[in-house]
Design a protein around this ligand. Structure first.
Ligand code: ZN
Length: 384
């Protein structure tokens, strides 16, 4: 049985141990020790990483009641090894995890909700509660949680006697009866938990509840604490600063500034569509090849939609209406007719226009490489 050093001292980031076993497993080695400060993955929290002498500890799992360290190289059985944890990673996780206890304790006390799901990643932490909460509720919890940090109260862990355990009021996801580790944060929270926590709430730093969303009949909250929260703030501040400078609005009015810009762009888009249609209509008005056929060349500022719009208008004035839009190599065309079957004649049309395309009997679209004069000649003599 490996002695869990992290249980008694969460701030032990280096330790000495003896290697009990070492077995190759795929491309790794499964190592057990007589004692360890490495916390194995569990309860929504990833395993600690670090080193055992020169061997890198890539993962730590609790298996069959023991703790297995997965390393990148073998260690001699019976040898003494020095373990070092990725200290910053572990400390950040303790900050986040301990902050979550405070928030969940407050949510439980104030709203009677339980933490029913927890995930602690390196840049995101989510907690699921089995009931609904509003932004105002979460703001209130956030303010109170940060006051608990400022009080700098101790976070205590203990294994109460099995006889005393049933008399205690504590939060727990599992129905455990023995070896229950109880983590107490003053009058704020009392919870069964096996993970390492900071020793005093002041170590947590800021507690920030970010977004929340409806999830499985309750809510999922995203939150960050301590240095991870500070990094997130720094990153978001830079973003807000950039948006503020780009839009020339104060930093606390960037949301309104972005909305105003989006509204303006929407209005501009509408105006551009109208102007393109007018340009295409003007090209239509100034063109006529024969009595039965209109052929027009739209300005390059037009687009396929505006040319098609003008072709639809032209189809009311002549049996065939052909619109051409300057393209990278030649033209994009749109040809419409209310009476002729253009699809049946598309081979003949494409041959004359040096183009490719097709479509429906009353409208074909494609590309063409023929000269403007050649196109005018073709439609001038086009017979339905
Ligand atoms: Zn915990």
């Amino acid at each position: 049985m490996t002695k869990k050093l992290y249980d008694a001292d969460s701030h032990l980031f280096e330790f000495d141990a003896a290697v009990l076993s070492c077995t190759p497993v795929k491309d790794r080695y499964a190592v057990t020790l007589d004692q360890t400060a490495f916390f194995p993955e569990g309860g929504g929290q990833y395993a600690d990483t670090g080193k055992l002498d020169a061997a890198r500890v890539l993962d730590v799992q609790e298996e069959n009641g023991g703790i297995v360290h997965y390393t990148d190289r073998p260690l001699d059985v019976g040898a003494a090894v020095h373990g070092t944890l990725e200290t910053e990673q572990r400390f950040r996780r303790m900050q986040n995890h301990s902050g979550e206890h405070i928030v969940s304790g407050l949510v439980h006390t104030l709203f009677g909700l339980d933490n029913v799901g927890f995930h602690l990643g390196d840049d995101d932490m989510t907690v699921d509660y089995n009931g609904t909460l509003t932004r105002d509720d979460l703001d209130r919890v956030e303010t109170m949680a940060n006051q608990v940090v400022a009080r700098n109260i101790p976070i205590l862990t203990q294994y109460p006697d099995p006889q005393i355990l049933p008399t205690l009021q504590y939060r727990s996801k599992l129905e455990l009866t023995e070896n229950v580790r109880i983590v107490t944060i003053g009058d704020v929270d009392c919870c069964a938990c096996c993970a390492p926590h900071v020793a005093f709430t002041g170590e947590i730093g800021v507690i920030k509840i970010l977004d929340f969303e409806r999830y499985k009949g309750g809510v999922r909250c995203h939150m960050l604490c301590g240095e991870t929260a500070l990094e997130d703030y720094r990153d978001k501040y830079r973003n807000v600063q950039s948006v503020s400078l780009a839009l020339c609005v104060p930093q606390n009015e960037t949301a309104q500034g972005v909305q105003r810009t989006l509204d303006t762009l929407k209005q501009r888009d509408y105006e551009i569509v109208s102007l393109r249609r007018r340009l295409a209509e003007a090209a239509l008005l100034s063109a006529r090849c024969s009595e039965s056929c209109i052929c027009f060349f739209a300005d390059a500022l037009c687009d396929a939609d505006s040319v098609r719009h003008a072709v639809n208008l032209g189809m009311e004035q002549a049996a065939v209406c052909a619109g051409f839009l300057p393209a990278e190599s030649g033209w994009r065309y749109c040809i419409g007719s209310a009476s002729a079957d253009l699809r049946a004649r598309s081979k003949e049309i494409n041959a004359a226009l040096e183009g490719r395309g097709g479509g429906q009997p009353n409208m074909i679209q494609g590309t063409a490489a023929a000269s403007r004069d050649a196109i005018c000649d073709f439609f001038g003599n086009f017979k339905i």
